[in-house]
Design a protein around this ligand. Structure first.
Ligand code: ZZB
Length: 257
């Protein structure tokens, strides 16, 4: 499985990250959909997951799970070559509300927010949120907007969730420019707890977006998603805004323990 790692730059180094100055620190989000980066509105972290900061080969500091850092060691992406050497260790909740600068999105600042369903054993444990085209992201964002108590628990302000899905891909069948909200509405999905429906919604949006979707924003505007996915990935990598990262298939990991 090949992921694109999106480098989301931490704007101000506070708390656990303060000691990393003057290094440049990035939260590293793993995505299969680099063409949707125009629609990023926030970043998800699992509040109870463990994260580490490690030094990349290029001198930057990357924040991700230890499992992802181990894969990065094997792929020659980190400065220390034969083991994972964490510079800082922290829980997801200690990073909530961090201001980030992310590539391609029109939001100048996006915030880290809590999502309960972020998996430790997938990608980097850092997830970029595209509520226009990912039903999971849309449902989780609606939850946070509607639940002051949930925001308070993690020190999230209203300003941090004051974002709207950005129309980025036109899928004629959905009859609107924003797929995820319309599919969630059609299927009656109101919360990130509607797990089964969300799986179905995700499949629908994925397939239609990939095969029938046309970008309506950015330099590849008017082109089919299928045709430009690779070009957008390459462009991000060339600009130093992303890296490529491979992940072994899950079954293989669990079989070998
Ligand atoms: C941006 C994006 C935009 C994504 C979209 C999806 C969609 P899959 O196919 O099930 O493997 N993701 C990455 N890591 C994690 C994690 N640790 N826990 C939970 N979710 C994670 O799903 C791959 C997608 O799952 C990744 O691509 C990422 O979200 C998320 F418009 O990045 B994606 C219809 C989906 N649309």
């Amino acid at each position: 499985q090949e992921y694109t790692l999106i480098k989301m730059r931490v704007q101000e180094l506070h708390g656990k990250l303060a000691s990393l100055a003057p290094k440049v620190v990035f939260l590293i989000a793993a995505t299969l959909r680099p063409e949707t980066m125009y629609g990023q509105t926030n970043c998800w972290l699992g509040p109870d997951l463990n994260y580490i900061a490690v030094e990349a080969k290029n001198g930057n500091v990357y924040v991700c799970t230890k499992r992802a850092a181990r894969n990065m060691v094997y792929q020659g992406m980190l400065r220390v070559e034969n083991k994972v050497l964490p510079i800082v260790e922290m829980k997801g909740y200690e990073l909530m509300g961090t201001k980030l600068t992310a590539p391609l999105t029109s939001y100048k600042t996006i915030y880290t927010l809590p999502m309960m369903t972020v998996k430790e054993d997938k990608g980097t444990g850092v997830v970029t949120s595209v509520p226009s085209d990912a039903p999971d992201d849309f449902a989780a964002l609606i939850n946070l907007k509607n639940k002051p108590a949930l925001r308070e628990k993690y020190g999230i302000t209203e300003e941090m969730v004051n974002v709207e899905p950005v129309p980025i891909i036109d899928v004629p069948e959905f009859g609107t420019l924003i797929s995820a909200p319309s599919v969630c509405q059609m299927m009656g999905i109101k919360s990130q707890n509607d797990k089964e429906k969300l799986v179905e919604a995700k499949e629908k949006v994925y397939l239609r977006g990939f095969y029938e979707g046309t970008l309506i924003i950015g330099e590849f505007k008017g082109k089919k998603v299928q045709e430009v996915k690779k070009a957008i990935q390459e462009k991000l990598v060339k600009a130093g805004e992303a890296e490529l990262y491979q992940e072994p298939e899950k079954q293989i990991i669990s079989r070998s323990g």
